[in-house]
Design a protein around this ligand. Structure first.
Ligand SMILES: [Fe+2]
Ligand SMILES: [Fe+2]
Length: 288
């Protein structure tokens, strides 16, 4: 088992919504093309992430063909991927598609599981309700999560799930969100070793805290939702595809949001080298 104080770099992708026959969502985004771009981006990262969490809505309708398209798109990924379903996935098809990536510890009745191979303990939490677009964290989930977290209170832990357990202000999403979010928040407050909870579903980068736990929502690898806090408004937008990197340095998490688009780049390597030289010489950062 990895030592607790070792670092680990965790990438997160979410809400890929791979489609087959329906084409681009709202005429905005070809989600297969954007996921392929995210995979290239992840493969080019230096240092490379140790693993990728995929936090649900990996397909749009949960069909066999869409899972096969998703698996084809991530087949070039040089980093191990841990999948979790979202409300657009379908449980049985999801488990069949990812049978060789899901650990033996998957819970009965929901696709939740624990991975203990990294410096940070990873707990995947599935709160889907079959056939519905909202989710539920009920007594059964509470018993499972409490038991899992009680088993290793000294291990820094990351919980990954699809539905964010807080009110985001994107009202139409909040209204169709997670029933039992307060129950989940109470569990997190009882287990302060949960340093970070990451989710998806909202198609925007959003952060908050629950007790001492940092909570982060990952944007979509396809289309984003507009930042509209008017309760009667809502939109989908073609803001760039994105993913997140959660960097555990042995004591704390730092989360970065990366967008994937054809922007301009100015090389700063000479300046970077000068900053390193000044730092090594104890000069600080004078204006020159
Ligand atoms: Fe989604
Ligand atoms: Fe969702």
């Amino acid at each position: 088992m990895a030592r607790i104080l070792d670092p680990v770099l965790i990438a997160q992708i979410s809400d890929c919504h791979i489609r087959d026959s329906v084409g681009m969502f709202g005429g905005l985004v070809d989600t297969s093309e954007t996921l392929a771009g995210v995979v290239r981006h992840l493969n080019d990262l230096n240092p490379a992430p140790d693993l990728v969490l995929a936090t649900g809505d990996l397909t749009d309708d949960g069909t066999e063909i869409q899972y096969s398209m998703f698996l084809d798109l991530v087949s070039d990924l040089a980093i191990p991927l841990l999948p979790l379903p979202g409300n657009h996935d379908v449980g049985d098809a999801f488990r069949a598609a990812f049978a060789d990536r899901l650990p033996d510890t998957v819970a009965e009745g929901h696709c939740s599981y624990v991975v203990d191979d990294h410096p940070v303990r990873l707990v995947g939490l599935d709160t889907l309700i079959p056939g519905r677009h909202d989710g539920r964290f009920d007594e059964r989930h509470e018993e499972w999560l409490d038991r899992v977290l009680h088993a290793a209170p000294e291990r820094p832990t990351l919980v990954f799930t699809h539905f964010p357990p807080f009110t985001s202000g994107l009202t139409f999403m909040d209204l169709s969100g997670l029933d039992g979010a307060d129950r989940l928040r109470d569990v997190l407050k009882r287990h302060p070793q949960v340093k970070l909870l990451v989710a998806g579903h909202l198609h925007r980068p959003i952060q908050t805290t629950i007790g001492s736990t940092l909570v982060s929502v990952c944007p979509s690898t396809g289309n984003q939702l507009g930042l509209e806090l008017d309760p009667m408004s809502g939109s989908a937008v073609d803001e760039p595809p994105a993913y997140q990197l959660h960097n555990w340095d042995g004591q704390n998490f730092v989360t970065h949001t990366a967008t994937v688009w054809a922007g301009k780049r100015m090389d700063l390597s000479e300046f970077v080298a000068e900053v390193h030289r000044r730092s090594a010489a104890g000069e600080g950062s004078p204006k020159s």
